[in-house]
Structures are given as C-alpha cells and as structure tokens.
Design a protein around this ligand. Sequence first.
Ligand code: ATP
Ligand code: MN
Length: 538
Amino acid sequence: MNEFGKRGSNTNLKSDIGLDNLGNVFWNMSPAELVEDTILLGEGVMTDSGAISVNTGKFTGRSPEDRFIVCDEKTEKAVWWGKINKKFDVEKFDALYNRMKAYLTGKDMYVRDSYACADDDYRMNIRVVSELPWQSLFAHNMFLRPTDEEIENFVPEWHIVAAPNFLADPEIDGTRQSNFAVIDFTKKMIIIGGTGYTGEIKKGIFSVLNFVLPHEKNVLSMHCSANVGEDGDTAVFFGLSGTGKTTLSSDPNRRLIGDDEHGWAANGSVFNFEGGCYAKTIDLSAEKEPQIFDAIKFGALLENVGFHGESSTPDYECDKITQNTRVSYPIDHIDNIMVPSKGNEPKNIFFLTCDAFGVLPPISKLTPGQAMYHFISGYTAKVAGTEAGITEPQTVFSACFGAPFLPLHPAKYAEMLGSKIEQNDVNVWLINTGWSGGAYGTGSRMKLKYTRSLITAALTGELDKVDFITDDVFGLSMPTSCPDVPAEILNPKNTWEDKAAFDKKANELAQAFVKNFETFESNASEEIINAAPKVMVK
Ligand code: ATP
Ligand code: MN
C-alpha cells in the first residue's frame, strides 16, 4: 500500500475501518490532481469553462429502494421502520462489508477528509473513501473543507466507503439488487456499492444528520435552502426535488447560506450542513440563472450532461442521458454567500411546491394550522417528462418535504418546526412554482421571474400592504396584487379558461390531500386537522 498526499498522523484506514491491502491510497488530493486522474483514467472530460464532466454510469439518480439502515440497539426503537427506512441485519452488514473489502484488495483508493455542519457546536467529521477520483472531488465540493492544520489532526467520526464497481449479490448479501447504500449508526459507517450516483454520498450523510440532530441534540434538521437579506433576515425554502430550492435561494440581493440541507438549533442558529451546491443543469441558461451558470468553472463537477456536437461546450438542453443532469461546486463559486454558512432565526419560511395540476396559487400566506398541515403533507407533483404515453402529472406526498431522508417519524420534525414557528412568530408562505393557466399539457410553468418577484415582495413586506382573498377549496389566503406580477395570475382560477375543469381538478387534488393525511391524523391537533382542504361533495 503506497500512500500519497496530505494525511493526518493520528488515524489510519486499517485500525479505523479494517481497510488493508489496498493499492495506492491518495489522501486529500487537490481538485487539480483529481481532475487530472479523472481524465487520465478516461472517466471524464474538461469542458470549455474549465469544469470537468463525468458520466455516473447506470444510475443517474438516487435509488431510494436500495437504501437500508442497520437495525440494532441504537436504531431499533428510534427509527420509523417501513418502506422508506428498510431494516438490515448487523451480521448482513458485516458480511457485505467483508466482501466489499475483498473486492477492494489491491485497488487504488481516494480518501477525503471533510466535515458536515457549519456551526462549530455540531460539526461532524467525515472521511470519504472512494474508488473513483471524481467521487473524491464531489465530496470536496459538497462537504465542508478543513484547513491544512485541521487535516493534520483530523479524527474521523463517520466513514463512507463508496465502490461503484462492486456489485452486491442479492442471494448472498440480502440486498434488493446489485446496488446498495447501507447506514450503520453504531459503527458510524455508510457503505455504498453498485452505483456511481454521487447524490447517494450527500444524501447518506443527510439521513445520518436527520437522525442524530433531532434525536440527540435538539436541533431541527430540514430539507431546505436558506439565504439572508441585507438586514440580516433569514429565509428558508423547503421543497421536494425540482421545486426550486437551489434556483430560488441564489438571489443576487441576498446572501446564500446553502441550497439543500440545514439545521435550526435551539439558540436560533440556522446553519448549512454542507459546503457546496448540487444544482440541476437541465435547460440552464446564463440569462435565467446567471449565478449558477457562472459557478460552472474549474473545480465544478458536471454529471451526465450532453455536448454541442463534438465540442467541449455542454448542451444543457440535452436530456439524452437523463433529465437529472447536475453540477456540484463549492459554495464560494457563488459570489454573495454568508461566511460561515449560518444565519439567525428565520423571519420567513417558504414551502415550495411544483403543482402540475395548476390549481394552487402562485403565493399564499398560511395560518399556523395550515403551515403544519402542508409541512406534514409535503405535496408536489411530478410530470411524466419524456416518458411516452404519459400525459397526467402524478401527485407526490413526501412528509416534511423530505421523507426519503428522514429516519424518525415525521411527527418529530413537525413538532419541532411547529414550536419554532410559534415561538418566533415566523411568516409561512406556500409557493407554487408549477403550472398556471391549466394543468400540465394545457397551461405552462410559472415564469421564474414572477416567482422571484412574489418571494421578494413577501420578504420586503410589500405583501403586507395589499388585500388578500381566500380560496374555497384549500382555504388559502392569496394576495390580490403584487409588484412586477400580473394581478390576474394570483388567483389560479382566473388563469383557466374552463372554470368547471378548474373546480374539478382542485377538488381532485383536495381529495388526494385528505386521503394522504389519514396516516397522520392520530398525531395531529384539531387546529391542524381543521386546516385540511374542503372537498366538495357532489
Ligand atoms: P433538488 O432537491 O433535486 O436539488 P431543487 O428544489 O433544488 O431540487 P431546483 O434545482 O431549483 O430544485 O430545480 C428547479 C427547476 O425548475 C430549475 O431547473 C428551474 O430552472 C426550473 N423552474 C422553472 N420555473 C420555475 C419557477 N417558477 N420557480 C422555480 N424553478 C423554476
Ligand atoms: Mn437543489
């Protein structure tokens, strides 16, 4: 085993996680070295803006059904087991990891020392050991970066071992298929195999923090982006994938805290878990999203994008490999950021939903009961996109806008958020970044500039000066005017030609909300239950 690079003196792979007999071990390589290795190994190409571009292989997205948690003394009673949190035996973990170690014998590996949580009180050291150089670049981009001195004395708390080319055998290993991500809270390890999708690394640590912080440290963990205005006012944006967390939190007039994962501590601190952003690049343009476009320079890692002809210019409209094309970059690739990535108690919370049915208003102000109802529901809609023959959008309810990453029962997160909203008198807004003028197929996606103007008006207090009306189905309070936004789009019914069709769709969606909420009713107060939409009986 030959070792290269910056390596602290106190720990090693053999004594910490039993990894021995590797080939070369590259410790904490610089981005330039990792880019070089990626190109030399034929794993990636340099683009004309200096970013590197790779293909992640068979998986271009996360595989939630192949994510397991080891069930032992620490987790058995605490985790909300079910379809999302699937049990894995202690013995099975040991056996699978032994086979993984055997596979790694003689292989070159990349080690990255990093940490999560930008608030020193909650800092968690993470060592990522990966088969491929660009996975190490991803970890460098996405997690927080220790100083050279901190690397000298680095003691890892959690380990991630990621080997995309190691395939599990379900018969032997007890996995569902050849790819897997297994979290062991006692050993403090995540092992990932059979998939090169980098999001598994980032969301693995997010799942860990979603357990540790609320369960052991009284910190609410949130699937949200966050930024801070000139007056130091923090805003957070919850939302499921594709609803606009990354897009809407990069705002030239507000400093970015982070684009995806945050904690809200008892002392009011809102802090980023990560040190970078992971943005979608599909249809990205310099005009619509200049900050993200400009962040794609040397050090940034593009995934699964296409190119214009034979050139090295990415074609962001190309979805030949996947709709989920991505780029990771260190947060300082964005010019106006908070350093460190922390803010104070939020003044405004936005729930982002991409309603492809086109019936939720572009913005509405929620009562405390409605805020809890919508948080627990976690509604968005997925459009079929390129799949042939599918024209109807599908409703998605994902509790707390992040169910796949939440090891605890949703009620835990909801209770914490509810009391924080109450104590701090936070404004809560529901934003529909989805369809207007009809459902998917008839209407069109809300213009990004209107959504930005609506959010700005909420943040600057402009919306406190206007009249609101209430819709009959969802009971949502909608403004009747807003600067820089046409008044007629503020009430979605006005944008539909066929009013009867609108009522029918709104009623259908209301029914879906009510049905979804049945599971949570026994945990909810009367105030929350009363905030449910009113389904019209025919
Ligand atoms: P993930 O959790 O997967 O990172 P996300 O919530 O960060 O998802 P974004 O990456 O911001 O989602 O994706 C939103 C996408 O929708 C972007 O491609 C953006 O350009 C597009 N979009 C179109 N119209 C709007 C709008 N009105 N508001 C927000 N985003 C919009
Ligand atoms: Mn995002």
